[in-house]
Ligand binder design. Structure first.
Ligand code: NAD
Length: 278
C-alpha cells in the first residue's frame, strides 16, 4: 500500500503526464484524470513498464519529511510498486471532482496532494463566430474546473490532517498576449482564485499554490512548433532561448506539493525561462 496519494487532472498529456510519472516514480499512488481515454491508457501502459520507485514516498504534509524529498534520489531502493489509476472525466463537471477524490480514497486509502492541471486554450480572434461560446468553455475548464477540484479534494485532505493543492496557471495569466484574451483571462482568474483559496484553507493545514508555465513543449503548443523556423522564432522571445520541457514543470509542481515548500501558500511559482521577467 502506498503511503502518499495524489490526484492529477489533465494527466494524459504534457505537463500532467510528466507529473503523473514523477509522482509515481517517487512512490505516490496516482489517480490520473483526463477526458482523453486513449492518452490515459498510454500512460498506464508506459507506467507498467517503468522501474519501481527507488525512494520511500515523502509525506507532503510534514516539514519533518523535507529531507526525504531533498534526498530522494540518494535513498536506497525498496519503495512500494508505483500505481497509476486512470479515471476518464471532465473537470468542468461536478461529479468528476467527487469521483476523483473517492477513487483516491478507495484505491489508496488516503489523499495528500491534488494537482489541478487540466486546461485548454487557443488564440481566439474577437470577431470569430462563436467566440463567446468558446470563452465559456475555456472558463469552464480552466476556472470552474479548478474550483470544482479544490472543493472536491479538501474534505479528503482535511481528513488526513492537511495537504497541498497545486494548480497549473500560466505566464499568460500574468502577461497578456495578442489574441489570447480568453485564455489570459482564465489564467489570471485562477491565479487570484489560488490566493483566495489559500487564505480560506491555511488554518486547515492545506496549502494551495500555482505554477505558471511559460512556453512548454506539449500538445497544447504544438501549433507554434509546426516547423523549425517558427519554433526558433518563438524561442527568441524567451530569455533562456528555449522552450520548457514538461518534466521541468513537473519539478516545480513537485516542489510546491512537497514538504520542501512547507511554509509557502497562496503563491504563484513562475517557470518560464524568463519570459515574464521583463
Ligand atoms: P496538453 O494539451 O498536453 O495537456 C492537457 C491535458 O488536459 C490533455 O490531456 C487534455 O485531454 C486534458 N483536458 C483538457 N480538457 C479537460 C477536461 N475538461 N477535463 C479533463 N481533462 C482535460 O497541455 P499542457 O501544456 O500539458 O497543459 C497543462 C496545463 O498547463 C494547462 O492548464 C495549460 O493551460 C497550462 N499551460 C501550458 C503551457 C504550455 O506552453 N504548454 C503554458 C502555460 C500553461
Amino acid at each position: 500500500m502506498v503511503t502518499s496519494a495524489v490526484v492529477i487532472t489533465g494527466a494524459a498529456s504534457g505537463i500532467g503526464r510528466a507529473c503523473a510519472e514523477l509522482f509515481a516514480a517517487r512512490g505516490f499512488g496516482v489517480v490520473a484524470v483526463d477526458v482523453d481515454e486513449v492518452g490515459l491508457a498510454a500512460l498506464t501502459r508506459a507506467q507498467s513498464r517503468a522501474p519501481r520507485p527507488a525512494v520511500a514516498p515523502a509525506d507532503p504534509r510534514t516539514a519533518a519529511d523535507a529531507g526525504a524529498v531533498t534526498g530522494a534520489d540518494s535513498r536506497p531502493a525498496g519503495g512500494p510498486e508505483p500505481r497509476i489509476v486512470p479515471m476518464v472525466g471532465d473537470v468542468s463537471v461536478e461529479e468528476t471532482g467527487a469521483a476523483m477524490a473517492e477513487l483516491a480514497l478507495a484505491s489508496f486509502g488516503r489523499l495528500d496532494v491534488a494537482v489541478l492541471n487540466a486546461g485548454i486554450g487557443t488564440t481566439l480572434p474577437w470577431e470569430a463566430p462563436g467566440a463567446i461560446d468558446r470563452l465559456d468553455r475555456i472558463l469552464a475548464v480552466n476556472v470552474r474546473g479548478v474550483a470544482i477540484g479544490i472543493r472536491s479534494v479538501v474534505p479528503a485532505l482535511r481528513a488526513g490532517g492537511g495537504g497541498s493543492i497545486v494548480v497549473t496557471a500560466s505566464s499568460g495569466g500574468l502577461q497578456s498576449e495578442p489574441g489570447n484574451w480568453a485564455y489570459n483571462a482564465s489564467k489570471a482568474a485562477v491565479i487570484n482564485m489560488v490566493r483566495a483559496a489559500a487564505l480560506d484553507h491555511a488554518a486547515q493545514n492545506i496549502r494551495i499554490n500555482a505554477v505558471a508555465p511559460g512556453l512548454t513543449e506539449t500538445a497544447l503548443t504544438a501549433r507554434h512548433r509546426t516547423d523549425p523556423a517558427s519554433t526558433a522564432a518563438v524561442s527568441r522571445r524567451i530569455p533562456m532561448g528555449r522552450w520548457g520541457q514538461p518534466g521541468e514543470l513537473a519539478s516545480a509542481v513537485w516542489f510546491l506539493a512537497s514538504a520542501e515548500s512547507s511554509y509557502i501558500t497562496g503563491t504563484t511559482l513562475v517557470a518560464d525561462g524568463g519570459l515574464t521577467a521583463h
